[in-house]
Design a protein around this ligand. Structure first.
Ligand SMILES: *Cc1c(COP(=O)(O)O)cnc(C)c1O
Length: 388
């Protein structure tokens, strides 16, 4: 490898590769949960301390998983990373690493349904969880008291696409000694500047843009070596949260094309958002100047991203549109090569009471659109045709 710093796109292709004695070109899939030791002494030594290329059991680590972790840490700009079985295992692992009875976690209330569930669970175990409007820095200032353990937020909220001022929140958190844990799925690892803006820990569901083909579940926790290896890893390795080597191998392959894919998807998303807005639909897309946090999104993320929300006013209008689509699929993943539309109120967020959903801006007419890799003209024709 050259000594000079390499661009993220180059690192996404090469970083972290571990070649076996055969010198294989492609990242090897080490589909093994165990590893043999040369002697009893070696086994004993490895259980006491294992180096970066010494493995014990795939629940603790695996060479393919480690390649993926190293590549993600390099892209995110953190010292280390731990790959998890899903995005939720990453969110849960990062929060469990900071939670203790009596500790305080301040979180933006604009969260994915399962993230809210994890916070509710922590409350049951005596963690003081305070939910606020994440877009309002004054609420962060009031809620983050000295000694607060962590601030948790989705940098761009799922599904309402509210953009949080990560730099502002990090300043408030750090003044109080709190860690900032950012769920950065919607910003994507391609546009992420989360660490530079002050996030201490960045979590992803790699099920989304990293896989990019809607094949496998996965997640990752990126952070300092101390956080990842001494706080998150012990919890995750003993409770079974590690990624499967097979899924890590899929994620590694996803990373090699991620930047090209995500940039193309974001370009299409802007074109789709403009076309829908031109047709008179209420469109929520951070890349449009009408979005309330457009300037912030451009400053901190530099792109409107690959996700769009539309508000058609009623469930009836939303369902009528969904049922007329011919190309865009009705499903609930995102970041896939195939465009996907979701009705959050009746699917991903149906667990929440209606009042809470409405409070989050998830009305009966809201649709979440994940823009894929199809030609934007075909997507626009399908979407406008379904509206007609
Ligand atoms: C999908 C998603 C998750 C959960 O990820 P899984 O891989 O489905 O467990 C968490 N946070 C956000 C913002 C997501 O979009």
């Amino acid at each position: 490898m050259p000594d000079r710093p390499l661009h993220p796109r180059t690192r996404a292709v090469h970083h972290g590769i571990r070649r076996s004695q055969y010198g294989e070109m492609a990242e090897a899939l080490f589909l093994t949960q165990g590893f043999a030791y040369d002697s009893a002494e070696q086994a004993e030594a490895r259980f006491q301390h294992s180096g970066p290329d010494e493995f014990i059991y795939a629940r603790y680590g695996n060479p393919t998983s480690r390649m993926f972790e190293d590549r993600m840490a390099s892209l995110e700009g953190t010292e280390d990373a731990f790959a998890t079985a899903s995005g939720m295992a990453a969110v849960n692992g990062a929060l469990m690493a900071v939670a203790a009875p009596g500790s305080r976690i301040v979180a933006a209330r604009q969260l994915f349904g399962s993230c809210l569930y994890v916070l509710e669970l922590l409350r049951k175990f005596g963690v003081e969880v305070v939910l606020i409007d994440g877009t309002d820095l004054n609420q962060w200032r009031d809620a983050v008291t000295p000694g607060t353990a962590a601030c948790f937020l989705e940098t761009v909220s799922n599904p309402t696409l509210e953009v949080m001022d990560l730099a502002g929140i990090a300043k408030i958190a750090h003044a109080a000694g709190a860690l900032v844990i950012a769920d950065n799925v919607f910003a994507t690892p391609v546009f992420s500047r989360a660490v530079e803006l002050g996030a201490d820990v960045v979590v992803y569901s790699t099920t989304k843009h990293v896989d990019g083909g809607g094949r496998a579940l996965g997640g990752v926790i990126c952070g300092s070596r101390e956080f990842v290896r001494t706080r998150a890893e012990p919890y995750l390795k003993h409770t079974g949260g590690a990624i499967s080597p097979f899924n890590a191998w899929i994620m590694l392959n996803g990373l090699t094309t991620m930047e090209l894919r995500v940039r193309a998807m974001a370009d299409s998303a802007l074109a789709v958002a403009q076309a829908l807005q031109g047709a008179g639909v209420r469109v929520i897309y951070p890349g449009l100047p009408e979005h309330p946090q457009h300037a912030l999104a451009m400053r901190q993320i530099g792109s409107g991203g690959t996700m769009i929300a539309l508000d058609l006013g009623s469930k009836q209008a939303a369902f009528a549109m969904l049922d007329r689509l011919r190309l865009v699929s009705i499903s609930n993943n995102l970041g896939d090569a195939k465009s996907i539309v979701t009705h959050p109120a009746t699917t991903t967020h149906q667990r929440l009471p209606e009042a809470e959903r409405e409070g989050l801006g998830i009305g009966p007419g809201l649709l979440r659109l994940s823009v894929g890799l199809e030609h934007p003209d075909d997507l626009i024709a399908d979407l406008l045709g379904a509206l007609a």
